[in-house]
Write a protein that binds this ligand. Sequence first.
Ligand code: HEM
Length: 600
Amino acid sequence: MASFLKTSSSSSSSSLPFGIDLSQVTPLHALFAALAVVAAMAIIAPDRYIFSSHRDGIPELPEVWPILGNLKFLLDVKSKRITLLNAALKYQRQVGKGGMPWGATFPALGGRITMINRPEYIRWVQKTNFENYIKGADFSRAMGDVMSTHGIFVADGEIWKKQRKMASHIFSVGNFRTHVQSTIQRDLATLNSLARDASSKNTQVNLPDLFFRFTLSSFSLMAFSAEIGCLPPAVEELSKAVKFADDFDYAQRVMDERFTDPFSTFTEPFSAQGRKMRKTIKDLHSFCYKIIDLRMEANSRGDAQGASGKGGKDLLALFMEQNLSREDLLPVVLNFLIAGRDTTAQALSWLFWEFYKKPECVERCRQEIHEKLGSGAGYRHMTYDDLGTLVYTQACLYEALRLHPSVPKNLKKAVKDDVIRPYAQPLDGSEKAPNAIESAKLPDLVIKAGESVLWSDYAMGRMPEVWGPDRPLEQALPSRPDSTLTDTFASISSIRLPRGTRTDCEEFKPERFIENNDDGSQSIKTYSQYLFHAFNAGPRLCLGQTLATYEGCAVVAELVGNFNVKFDEQAMRNDPPTFDDSLTLPVRNQYKVRFEARDD
Ligand code: HEM
């Protein structure tokens, strides 16, 4: 028996292919063998990630390594040598010249990504073949521990459908005229008192922070009937930080990094960032559990406050009717709180940055606001029904979102192999922006199962092939043409512009969103969802678009209608607002303003 065992073990030790006797293998042999394997792989994949494939006719990112493809790009993003958003725009102009799609391969996001910064492609992914493009494993891995794999922002299929259906009830028009409006107006009054207090004390206020407080306070009240107490009427109290907000800003940045960091799953359990993230998640969840527990206690006492107007219910009440457990309610509260807070506050922060650069737009807004809502003692808070009349104000908000989309990039994973055929689907005229440059016919795109398609609304807002040069090119041309070219214009029209010239679509022009009607009136110009894409499109179109539009315009009206907003010129010039890579588009170096109460 002993000799049988011995024979058997020695035979297994020498049973490698080609009769290699393992006992004779030295570490040096192993090293040579490994090098040979790597060399063979490098010959097979000299310019791509080994487990991916090239696509004919689709240009790819430069700086490619054998076997690992464009891993350097991801490492540069991770080390913050580049910001993903700026790099995506740069490569769109260089690699995807003329608004064409482009690709990259690396050991992340399914091995290969295809950038599809065009309405025609996005429509295919978000509508024509919607079922084939899901959030999938990358979203669960990057966001699941914070937002839950059952949260509306992470889930697919039936779980997503159920959440969406239930939530859509609170966004009904009836609800807006009652519950939503009264909540917003309550907080508008507080905002007004706060700005008046700051004005009388001549105190500077961090404007992006103020917007976060406003949206967090009003959304918590309208969706969960919860008083967060983060929007105080006295300016001194603004010095107290809102912990939930700080926690979520941190969590967002880490979640965003996880998408592009193929190693995060292995490093986070041991890193300081991972430790901080675990603590942050715990705190975020306990914040949400407090809201849930308060409601559950109220329910069990029989005095639930879930009213939302006449006989209506708030979001939490609607979900609680499904007999969901405390744990199942967590993703509802967290996902909606985040949806309701960040996006609108960021849109407002970027809008006021644009206002700083174009004070003439503030004057036009103010004129409209005074005309429609009154001024001085005669001013009244904006109602939901006023929305249709504040055309210029809404156009400013949408133009800020076009240039600074609150969700600046997004991706989907293909379930099965697919070919995106931009012209084999019903497109309509609204897909094309007025004056957009005619492109060459866009190529069909082969997408393999598991691969990702990406788009960047931030880049699209800056692409003349999507938003047009606006002015005839002769007018856009400088009087003294130079021999150096901008990539964008050069590629699409062979017209020469000095390096650094900004194309018109990079300019803040609210008029883009204004329709001059035959009867002399003006209304908001509607573009296809796939073109003005800041609110997403197709079956996953943002549920809160109307709420955000009303809330955003109401805040602008309250502040611009009643105050002069004084920016710190020197700070704005020396340290202009910029952004960090994150899931959304937060202003990094938040700016401060002074309010000056107007008496007109
Ligand atoms: C300016 C403000 C807003 C912008 C730009 C915006 C934009 C977006 C975008 C781009 C998405 C798609 C996200 C994804 O695919 O992961 C989205 C989804 C969503 N938004 Fe908004 N949003 C805004 C405000 C709001 C507000 C105030 C709410 C209120 C709760 C809200 C609720 C939602 C929900 C529930 C979804 C998920 C829809 C689904 O997947 O079916 N949004 N939004």
